[in-house]
Design a protein around this ligand. Structure first.
Ligand SMILES: Cc1cc2nc3c(=O)[nH]c(=O)nc-3n(C[C@H](O)[C@H](O)[C@H](O)COP(=O)(O)O)c2cc1C
Length: 186
């Protein structure tokens, strides 16, 4: 174990969820490669207080704990379903409860799922600027997956898997002391 903690957040409240499956897949592979510990959450895990909270202090204990884990993480994996060409409002509301200083300089892997390829650039046009506001380090490779990249809510496409390998490799620049455990298997 490297001592670093990775937190995955899927901005979906649908279960089963391709977005959650994608975030878990990326988190598992990154953890395996670098010896990170990781936890992944979706919007269900935050519970109903999220929708009612104007400020972080309004969240119940469970939701507050997840937000604390997000801001304390050494790296984040963000995944969002595409709704009308962008991220869902409830996901944005979660991000709205975070102080900009708390994500400053944090490495973030950005991923999204959508029904087809039409909105594949939502990772570049929506997610990257969102975390740019927080002055986070979004990794250069963004991952977008459409319905046909999954089989039974599991990542099944080789092209997607290769793209995930690329972004996991990019994490190495932020964790030089967490040397890849099995780089050859990635
Ligand atoms: C309200 C709503 C709006 C959507 N809008 C889009 C869209 O604009 N573009 C797209 O490619 N897919 C769109 N989709 C499809 C979802 O993005 C896609 O099925 C996604 O993988 C769902 O993720 P999930 O399994 O985590 O819920 C939409 C789905 C819903 C429910």
């Amino acid at each position: 174990m490297s001592g670093f903690k990775l937190v995955g957040i899927a901005g979906s409240f649908n279960r089963p969820s391709k977005t959650l499956a994608l975030v878990r897949h990326v988190a598992d592979r990154a953890s395996f490669r670098y010896g990170f510990t990781s936890k992944t959450y979706d919007l269900h895990d935050l519970g109903p207080s999220l929708g009612h909270a104007l400020w972080r202090k309004d969240l119940d204990e469970q939701a507050g704990r997840v937000v604390d884990e997000i801001v304390r993480a050494d790296a984040l994996i963000i995944g969002s379903p595409t709704y009308k060409g962008s991220y869902p409002g409830l996901f944005k509301h979660l991000i709205d409860l975070i102080d900009p200083q708390e994500l400053r300089g944090k490495p973030i892997i950005i991923t999204a799922t959508g029904g087809g390829d039409r909105h594949a650039l939502m990772v570049e046009h929506q997610l990257r600027p969102l975390f740019g506001f927080f002055m986070a380090h979004t990794l250069p490779t963004a991952v977008y997956a459409s319905d046909r990249d999954f089989a039974n809510y599991a990542v099944s496409s080789e092209a997607l898997s290769n793209r995930i390998s690329e972004v996991i490799g990019e994490l190495a620049a932020f964790f030089p002391e967490a040397s890849p455990v099995i780089a050859a298997a990635e």
